[in-house]
Design a binder for this molecule. Sequence first.
Ligand code: HEM
Ligand code: HEM
Length: 214
Amino acid sequence: MSTTRTDAFIAFNDAHSLALRIWHWTTFAVITTSIVLVLMGTFMFKTRDNVGMVQEQLEHKGATVTKDQARSVAHEYSDKIWMTHKFVGYGLCFLLLSRILLEAAQPGEEKYRAKLKRALMFQSADAKHYRLVKQGYLLFYFLFFVMAATGLVLAFEDVAFLDPIHEPMGKLHEFTQYGIYAFILIHLTGVVRAEIGSHDGVVSAMFHGKKRKG
Ligand code: HEM
Ligand code: HEM
């Protein structure tokens, strides 16, 4: 690597400002928390799946309750998970907004547009890869925006004028989650491959922010 400074080496050696690095790792932590809550809500605390357990546990303690009574207990737990997901979601909306503000404040060469422009100038075959990666981020930001917008519609369930779009937005929110999972999977595979391949140091650069020497 140190002998051949290819376009792609220079490209994947972008400087990342402290603000962007803090943003990246905070977003990683908060999105992960949000997804863990989704998994818990979807698989562990699904109301329907826990009604029998509530009835059984109470039976052991000598109390007999109807299915309907047990359902309201199971539902409380499910509700708690989704409420927490909603509050974490507000945090994600804030992070998305701060990423937009951050873009405006980034130094010229670190702006997203500058990176894409640079990618278009590179001639090597690797340049195509670099361009795809940067365009992939744009697609992620779009998916993130859809999750935030639809999530907010779901969160403000009492706002009357949002009523007619509540259901379709819920469907869109549920559907778009898979795009987010796909991005994370591809992103993680990509950074690990880059790290053990010809771009070693990309991950640590996302911590210390310094450019690697070629
Ligand atoms: C990584 C991002 C996110 C993922 C993967 C995700 C995923 C999900 C999923 C799978 C559901 C259940 C949908 C259903 O079965 O109908 C849901 C519900 C919900 N999400 Fe998100 N979400 C994300 C971000 C957000 C954001 C940014 C907000 C904004 C506040 C939000 C607010 C909500 C609300 C309010 C609900 C309904 C909860 C309920 O049923 O009471 N989500 N989310
Ligand atoms: C929820 C999980 C994650 C999400 C949503 C995410 C999102 C992103 C986004 C949007 C960018 C582009 C930032 C920009 O320039 O605008 C990025 C860059 C990067 N991420 Fe992540 N990330 C996640 C997890 C990780 C993890 C776990 C690692 C390390 C093991 C990592 C390593 C990197 C690196 C090295 C870059 C810079 C690569 C380059 O210069 O193109 N990310 N990430």
